[in-house]
Design a protein around this ligand. Structure first.
Ligand SMILES: Cc1ncc(COP(=O)(O)O)c(C=O)c1O
Length: 422
């Protein structure tokens, strides 16, 4: 690979499959190409590993020029800063010493450790659900959840902006898919009624998120759940971005809504580590345990991650103020952007989405911020719909004072006329 332009030089005689990949990559316009990003500024060596604090001698200081200061992170989903919380790190460290790094087998073979069972029980109690099962990632949990509740006889009705992992689940299940307008119960009802009239025998499944990661918006979840209950359709709510931050005590927005069949959550966001879970009633939990290949045929969540998640849950429970003040700060940032003539970012959580329209405008905004020492990513199609490229700003606990002022200055004047907000 040539570092300068990311093109991959062809080998002398290439088999057709490689030629096809090359042609497909060649079709990607420059503004759609992805780069692996770190908190290093663009000029610094890409993905240069950070030396641990206090480490010496890891790099040849003579040979390499001093690296520019790292960018201030307005992009990651570590909303509460728990990835570096001392009690979370200590819990993961003791479990590492006690159980080793990996579980060594799937949960149903010999991979289950006491910490897995403790975490499942603690989450079930916290969320008020009967059963919780852990998964190695949220992507896998979502895939498992959809496959557990849908097959080729099912019509899945999904919010138009649903996460890719849920769509992957729909494809894997063989179900048909229809999309309803974003956060729009009336449109969902229209589709439910149409399906029940035309195919009364079809099984149904409805999918939504409680905090959309590229929009910052939240649905009227109680309305969606009531609608699903009236039509006998199970509702799966992905709470990946809401857990720890939204809902009573950070329990998510599905908390207390009994008509939600499955809640999916990940430890990769506010919990500050990695891994995930599905929560539901005893029947759904048992069905997942008995039927889910994505649960059964995978190595159990690494025990240190389970211990870290358990400790993170403890932090969230004892310090609900962290989420409350993060939401208050998110409100102040929305107010300030609006006062500076930017369209008010939708929602109330820590994800602030600034619509810019074209890919080029979003990339230019990302670069302006980077020049000011801030990392916030331009989100472009196909991650978001065509013509809705945006800058995704993510707030977290512990941002230094003055960050908002720095951001507003780096953004410059709001574009005129302001892009329409959906
Ligand atoms: C809405 C949503 N669901 C699921 C996932 C997947 O979670 P994980 O990172 O644990 O695989 C993500 C993460 O990108 C997400 O944003």
């Amino acid at each position: 690979m040539s570092g300068a332009d990311d093109t991959i030089e062809p080998a002398a005689a290439e088999p057709p499959w490689r030629q096809q990949l090359r042609a497909a990559l060649g079709d990607l316009p420059a503004v759609r190409r992805r780069r692996l990003r770190s908190l290093a500024p663009a000029g610094a060596a890409a993905l240069q590993p950070a030396a641990p604090e206090g480490a010496t001698g890891a790099r040849d200081e003579e040979a390499s020029p001093p690296s520019p200061s790292p960018l201030l992170d307005l992009a990651s989903n570590d909303y509460l800063g728990l990835s570096r919380d001392p009690s979370v790190l200590a819990a993961a460290g003791s479990e590492l010493a006690a159980s080793g790094l990996g579980a060594g087998a799937s949960r149903l073979v010999s991979g289950t450790r006491p910490v897995h069972l403790q975490l499942e029980e603690a989450l079930a109690t916290w969320l008020g659900r009967e059963r919780v099962l852990l998964f190695p990632s949220g992507f896998q949990a979502n895939l498992a959840a959809v496959c557990a509740l849908a097959d080729r006889h099912t019509l899945v009705l999904a919010d138009r902006l649903i996460h890719h992992s849920l769509l992957a689940g729909v494809r894997a299940s063989g179900a048909r898919l229809k999309r309803f307008a974003h956060n729009d119960p009336a449109d969902l009802e229209r589709l439910l009624l149409h399906e029940q009239r035309s195919r009364p025998e079809a099984r149904l499944l409805v999918l939504c998120e409680s905090l959309y990661s590229m929009e910052g918006s939240t649905p009227p979840l109680a309305d969606l759940a009531a609608l699903c209950a009236r039509h006998g359709a199970p509702l799966l709510v992905d709470e990946a971005h809401a857990l720890g931050v939204l809902g009573p005590g950070g329990r998510g927005l599905a908390h207390g809504i009994a008509d939600v069949a499955i809640v999916s959550g990940t430890f990769g966001k506010a919990f500050g580590s990695g891994g995930a879970f599905l929560a539901g009633d005893a029947l759904v939990g048992d069905w997942l345990l008995q039927s889910s290949g994505a649960f059964r045929y995978t190595t159990a969540l690494a025990p240190p991650l389970a211990a870290g998640a358990l400790a993170a849950l403890g932090r969230i429970q004892v310090d609900p103020h962290a989420a409350i003040s993060l939401l208050a700060r998110s409100g102040r940032w929305r107010d300030a952007l609006e006062a500076a003539d930017w369209p008010r970012p939708p929602g109330e959580g820590p994800i602030l989405s600034l619509r810019l329209g074209s890919d080029a405008a979003a990339l230019a905004a990302q670069q302006r911020l980077e020049a000011a020492g801030l990392l916030a990513l331009a989100i472009r199609p196909p991650t978001v719909p065509e013509g809705t490229a945006r800058l995704r700003l993510v707030l977290r606990s512990g941002l230094p004072a003055g960050t908002l002022e720095k951001l507003l200055e780096a953004l410059g004047p709001a574009p005129l006329p302001p892009p329409a907000c959906r």
